[in-house]
Design a protein. Structure first.
Length: 346
């Protein structure tokens, strides 16, 4: 039984097989968020550990190795990611190994980390310095690579500089520009692109997503991101944010920031970036990519803003995105962002 990848990944999978003969010690899958890069990387990791891979390169799905892999219990496989993703999957609090003994993780009162920390990288040392259990490869999957904090990135760099034998490190990234150039230089980069719009739309409809074309447009053509948002029930939150952008003002900025202070600031920055991109696009070409439902509002607002002001707003939004994961005060962060947007029309 072949292990499924997403429909738009088949061509990329075939290209990937060309690397099998001279497999790099580190491979970095990169591309837009929400297109299934982690799914692709996991399937690749499983295929590297499979004891009877198919001619297509897919894992067989039947051997002992595949059975352990899907249960995240393969002795030659480690997955490294931020704690917040473990909590989202209900994996926080699983058993951990320490000094050869198994212990139960104590519940922490701290919020789960959004970073990949240095202790997570150091924990790989023992794993990498012993013989493999199945006399094959050992695989580390790390994602998202841009979540590495400074200390963790430097620790990983040492491993990439002196890779252990029979080890493949697989990284996944949404933003190459947020990675150390020295890490990039030691990985074989493999690009994964957005799927064709019609193919992504057909897949979303097959998942039972209503109004799939709107969701897909609003997520820039990224089908998994569109599915996640559609199933999250957060449409009302996004609509409230967009309604303010369509009718900017100081009072509205303050009220919107108060109402949406519990919504991730990074998510709101992304919504603003897409809105500003549509303003810029409709001003120059009359085309709208992300929010076609707001065509009338975008056309009216774009006529009131000069191109230099729009470019400055796009640059400011990009700078905010870089710090949006750790704002000192989410409410003040959102207020400041929306007030700056309102000033474009003053």
């Amino acid at each position: 039984m072949a292990i499924d990848i997403l429909p738009w990944q088949e061509s990329a999978w075939q290209q990937l097989q060309l690397l099998r003969q001279r497999l790099p010690h580190a491979i970095l899958f990169h591309g837009p968020a929400g297109i299934g890069k982690t799914v692709f990387a996991e399937r690749f990791a499983q295929s590297l550990l499979c004891e009877a891979p198919e001619a297509s390169g897919h894992a067989c799905g039947r051997c002992a190795s595949c059975g352990w892999f899907v249960q995240y219990s393969h002795p030659d496989y480690r997955r490294v990611r931020p704690e917040v993703l473990d909590e989202a999957d209900g994996a926080a609090g699983e058993d951990e190994e320490e000094g050869g003994e198994t212990k139960k993780s104590a519940k922490s009162t701290k919020a789960p980390s959004k970073d990949i920390r240095i202790d997570q990288i150091r924990a790989l040392a023992d794993f990498m310095n012993i013989s493999t259990h199945r006399q094959g490869k050992r695989v580390v999957l790390l994602y998202p690579a841009e979540a590495l904090n400074g200390a963790a990135a430097n620790a990983l760099l040492k491993t990439l500089e002196e890779p252990p034998p029979n080890t493949v490190i697989v990284l996944v990234s949404n933003s190459l520009d947020r990675l150390l150039p020295t890490i990039l230089s030691r990985c074989r980069k493999f690009s994964l692109a957005l799927p064709p719009f019609e193919q992504a739309l057909a897949w979303l409809k097959a998942q039972g997503i209503a109004d799939a074309d709107s969701w897909l447009a609003e997520q820039g053509g990224a089908p998994l991101a569109a599915q996640e948002l559609a199933e999250s029930g957060n449409r009302e939150v996004m609509e409230e944010f967009l309604q303010h952008l369509a009718r900017p003002g100081v009072d509205g900025a303050l009220k919107t920031a108060e109402k949406l202070q519990k919504t991730a600031p990074a998510q709101q920055v992304e919504w603003l970036q897409r809105w500003l991109y549509d303003l810029f696009s409709v001003k120059l070409s009359g085309k709208i990519r992300y929010y076609p439902r707001y065509q009338k509002e975008l056309a009216g607002l774009s006529a009131k803003i000069a191109v230099p002001a729009l470019l400055a707003a796009l640059k400011a939004a990009g700078e905010r995105r870089a710090i949006a994961e750790h704002p000192l005060s989410p409410r003040l962060f959102i207020e400041d962002m929306l007030l700056d947007y309102s000033r474009l029309y003053s």
